[in-house]
Design a protein around this ligand. Structure first.
Ligand SMILES: [Zn+2]
Length: 87
């Protein structure tokens, strides 16, 4: 069973999860899918919460002031510009 996790907006855009075998697995984005239970626990420690609780729809809505790209993060994924929340 795979649980999608919603990363906390603004606080974390990227999480590097240290694996028991010494490797690091990187998760990026607002919604991540943990590869296994270990990663899920680690991601939850970053503040991730199970997706699908109804918070996702209201947490999106940023728009780049430079190129107009509809972004999920404060930094534009297209041009690197600033993306304030739309109100
Ligand atoms: Zn942009």
């Amino acid at each position: 069973m795979t649980n999608k996790l919603l990363m906390p907006n603004d606080a974390v855009r990227q999480a590097d999860i240290r694996r028991p075998d010494g490797t690091t697995r990187r998760y990026t984005g607002s919604i991540v899918t943990p590869a296994d239970a270990h990663d899920e626990r680690a991601l939850r420690e970053y503040g991730a919460t199970p997706a699908g609780l109804g918070t996702w729809a209201t947490s999106r809505g940023r728009r780049c002031t430079d190129c107009g790209f509809a972004a999920y993060f404060v930094t534009c994924g297209r041009c690197g510009g600033h993306c304030p929340k739309e109100t």
